[in-house]
Design a protein around this ligand. Sequence first.
Ligand SMILES: Cc1cc2nc3c(=O)[nH]c(=O)nc-3n(C[C@H](O)[C@H](O)[C@H](O)COP(=O)(O)O)c2cc1C
Length: 355
Amino acid sequence: MKRSSETQRSQRKNEHIRWAVELADGPGRTGFGDVLLRPEAVPDLDSRAVDLSTTFLGLRFPFPLLINALTGGTGEAARINARLAQVAKATGLPMAVGSQRIALRDPKLTYTFTVVRRVNPRGVIFANLGAGSTPDEALRAVEMVEAQGLQLHLNAAQELSMAEGERAFYWSEAVAAVASHLPVPVIAKEVGCGLSGASAQRLLALGVKALDVGGKGGTNFVRIEEKRRRGRGSPFLDWGLPTAWSLLDVVGTCPGAEVCASGGLRSGLDMAKALALGARICGVAGPLLTAVLTGGVKAGIRLVERWKRELRMSLVLAGARDLAELRHKPLIFTGETWNFIVQRRLTAYRKRARG
Ligand SMILES: Cc1cc2nc3c(=O)[nH]c(=O)nc-3n(C[C@H](O)[C@H](O)[C@H](O)COP(=O)(O)O)c2cc1C
């Protein structure tokens, strides 16, 4: 019984990788197309002096990008994790491993996660488990990779889209127990359907220290699960909050919270928009997976370097010398995203739009 469910898990991991690479983003949009930085034609800046560094959970990073949770638990996943860890080491980026549940159940698979720490002994690594995990499981996951923090993923839409998925989601007590027992901070993370401001407030009250909005518009797990079970379409392919809306709602409702923006970020310009909306750091998963699978470590590093150039260029063109200045620059909102801001009475952003 145990063996068959583990085999099923390993097979699922490999299928996730395959479909994530094969499928395009969406069909929902991130909403970043409706967010414009106001151009500054006279920047009075030297692009080489622009500071892209950030702090997240008390840690300082030279570039505000996190390699978000991807994989682990199979031989292929171990090879991917080794490559991602090499990218992280070469670029100084923090990295989250994929869900470690599979290794907690079957310790033989621990190596598929610990490879990340072995490759990058001094890097910042976040552990990852589902939100229903116990404090003991959380501690074991953190110790496994000597993590500086733990991501707890919230993936109800994915579970309900899976034939073999969970059906009950009593997560609040479990999240509070993990947050109060762990010696490292907990990050609550959606995986493509977006956190609302109200959910974010609840999670902070339960003791989580940071939020990853994980919005709609990038990798879509409802769609991946639909492909895995050869379904005939689902009305939930477009479920959730676009990443930009989720960010507006979370930052607008919980000012001062430490927020990571992820879900469909595909350039340094997307990063600039997310950081201007108030994110402390951005997360990327799908594009880096494709990069290291198709072009190895070098392609992963190239992607990071390109986004770095694009983020630098965005700051100069918006007239910001660092991310703190970018957070106060005027913004232009169009289309449905502006309607969302008005509907949700997000006053701080309405002021930014008046500029
Ligand atoms: C193949 C694959 C596996 C993933 N596995 C996990 C996981 O185990 N835990 C988790 O929190 N997120 C997982 N994610 C979600 C990502 O961390 C991220 O939230 C999501 O892909 C949206 O970002 P993106 O649009 O940049 O891909 C996975 C993503 C992919 C593509």
